[in-house]
Design a protein around this ligand. Structure first.
Ligand SMILES: NC(=O)c1ccc[n+]([C@@H]2O[C@H](COP(=O)([O-])OP(=O)(O)OC[C@H]3O[C@@H](n4cnc5c(N)ncnc54)[C@H](OP(=O)(O)O)[C@@H]3O)[C@@H](O)[C@H]2O)c1
Length: 246
């Protein structure tokens, strides 16, 4: 290893890193030694607060406004990250939305927004980030256990988007294997975040382990997949859901 490589700090970009699972992942990656850029769309306050907390702890972080429904914003977020920290070692594609409605009532606007963020945005984020990624890097998506079993009425579109991610990851893993970039997907079950606010008691009753998960438990898996020890795993979807889909 050259002296330059010995001192170089690894760089991660978390799409949707201002709250919930993405914020926990960003925090964990900083603890693992990464400089972390994180995107947000609606909560600059949360994103800036997280950056401050990371910097107060001695870490390096950058918040970038970037709607994952906007291809140009995705590319700009990658460019800002590289400009500030250098080439990317790991990308976590976490940004996602949940809109529930049964098939008779699902609106076109909601359908298009979910497809744009949860599927197209994931593909474009991986495409843009891996163009600026070092060989041997890491791609991690946050899917959902609904890719395996929809479970809840009104979740058809959400489940469809997350199944698309699980399948997309396999194809991209093949594409990037020659560069030793691994591409893996985490499929959480119910996690205690803003997305599940107000539904925790009902969800708890559906989980065999008798509780919902915490964002840091998903972040631990992100840490593993972003690290050196996971280099032989690619194209995998890892479910972490308290036994929900068993
Ligand atoms: N919570 C669960 O039970 C659960 C279970 C399975 C899978 N997941 C998946 O895990 C991921 C994170 O979920 P969460 O529960 O942490 O959600 P959350 O608490 O609602 O946080 C969502 C995060 O994604 C960002 N985001 C949303 N839409 C975006 C967009 N268009 N462009 C860029 N960023 C965007 C948000 O940014 P702002 O703060 O700026 O809005 C926020 O940082 C999602 O993909 C979700 O589908 C969650």
């Amino acid at each position: 290893m050259s002296d330059d490589m010995a001192v170089r700090q690894k760089v991660a970009l978390v799409f949707g890193g201002s709250r919930g699972i993405g914020a926990a992942a960003a925090t964990r990656l900083v603890q693992d030694g990464f400089a972390v850029a994180l995107t947000y769309v609606s909560r600059p306050d949360k994103a800036e607060q997280l950056v401050r907390t990371i910097e107060e702890g001695g870490g390096r972080a950058l918040a970038v406004e970037a709607d994952s429904a906007d291809p140009a914003a995705i590319r700009a977020a990658v460019a800002r990250t590289v400009q500030r920290f250098g080439p990317i070692d790991a990308v976590v594609v976490n940004a996602g939305i949940l809109r529930l409605a049964t098939v008779d009532a699902f609106g076109l606007e909601d359908l298009d927004r979910m497809l744009a963020i949860n599927i197209r945005g994931v593909f474009l984020a991986i495409q843009a980030a891996t163009a600026q990624m070092r060989d041997g890097g890491r791609v991690i998506t946050i899917g959902s256990n609904t890719a395996i079993r929809a479970s809840i009425r009104g979740s058809s579109v959400y489940a469809m988007t997350k199944a698309a991610v699980a399948t997309m990851v396999k194809g991209i893993a093949l594409d990037l294997a020659p560069r030793r970039i691994t591409v893996n997907n985490i499929q959480p079950g119910p996690i205690d975040t803003d997305m599940t606010e107000g539904h925790i008691p009902a969800l708890t009753g559906m989980v065999p382990l008798g509780r919902v998960g915490q964002p840091r438990e998903v972040a631990t898996l992100v840490s593993y997949l972003a690290g050196d020890e996971s280099g032989y795993m690619t194209g995998a979807s890892l479910t972490i859901d308290g036994g929900f889909v068993l």
